[in-house]
Design a protein around this ligand. Structure first.
Ligand SMILES: [Mg+2]
Ligand SMILES: [Zn+2]
Length: 230
């Protein structure tokens, strides 16, 4: 086991869930399916920043009635992206903190992590439960300045940095607009799909990736992970 803080630098990974750990966007799929596609009308305003994530999620939940008996079997169709279990293992072996940061809902994230046999991971997300045939959403993470996000990933990273006196090195992995606030906080940024487009548009340096095996290889090159298990 390598030491917790190598060369006085504390490394942590913040990783998006929907479309990053899972192949498809689970939150979107739930609201799309159970609202019969009516949620799509909200998305242009959300993508442009006119509609906050909190208001978007609350409106989506209101238009998508669902019971537990309907939701959990629906979730069983979603698959994990290749290399994520191996990536989790590499982080563990190198004593690197790994957080799942999502502006989606812990309700489906925890269910799917259990199905993927990855229950030891820390999840930072909005809180949700099913009550009277609807998803009820709460926002336990307070954002100091961001008005756009439900739980702002940039502010979660800042909170982490504030906890340590030593220098931190933050690796972020994401795929969408809900990752935008994290892009300026990350030291190493992996981006694909909408997040890649966002980075290009805003001239933000990023590394493209397809699955977690790409990320493992890249972090071996950077010597964040040693090539051979420690
Ligand atoms: Mg995503
Ligand atoms: Zn934000």
């Amino acid at each position: 086991m390598v030491s917790l803080i190598m060369d006085g630098i504390k490394t942590a990974v913040f990783c998006d869930f929907d479309g990053t750990i899972t192949r498809r966007d689970v939150g979107y799929s739930i609201f799309h399916h159970f609202s019969n596609g009516r949620n799509d009308a909200l998305l242009p305003d959300w993508k442009s920043g006119k509609l906050s994530s909190r208001d978007c999620l609350l409106q989506e939940a209101a238009m998508a009635p669902v019971t537990e008996e309907e939701l959990f079997p629906f979730l069983d169709q979603f698959e994990i992206n290749p290399g994520f279990p191996e990536f989790v293992e590499q982080c563990r072996e190198h004593d690197i903190d790994l957080f799942i940061v999502s502006d989606g809902l812990d309700l489906y994230i925890n269910y799917l992590l259990q199905r993927f046999h990855l229950t030891s991971l820390t999840v930072i997300a909005n809180h949700a439960y099913i009550e009277n045939g609807h998803i009820t959403i709460e926002f336990p993470h307070h954002n100091k300045t961001c008005r756009r996000c439900g739980s702002c990933k940039g502010e979660r990273i800042q909170e982490y940095r504030d906890k340590y006196d030593v220098k931190t090195r933050i690796i972020f992995v994401g795929d969408g607009y809900s990752d935008a606030c994290a892009t300026t906080e990350a030291d190493i940024l992996f981006a694909k799909k909408d997040l890649e487009a966002y980075c290009r548009m805003h001239n933000i340096t990023y590394r493209p990736y397809d699955d977690f095996f790409d990320i493992i290889r890249e972090l071996e090159r950077e010597a964040v992970f040693s090539k051979y298990a420690v």
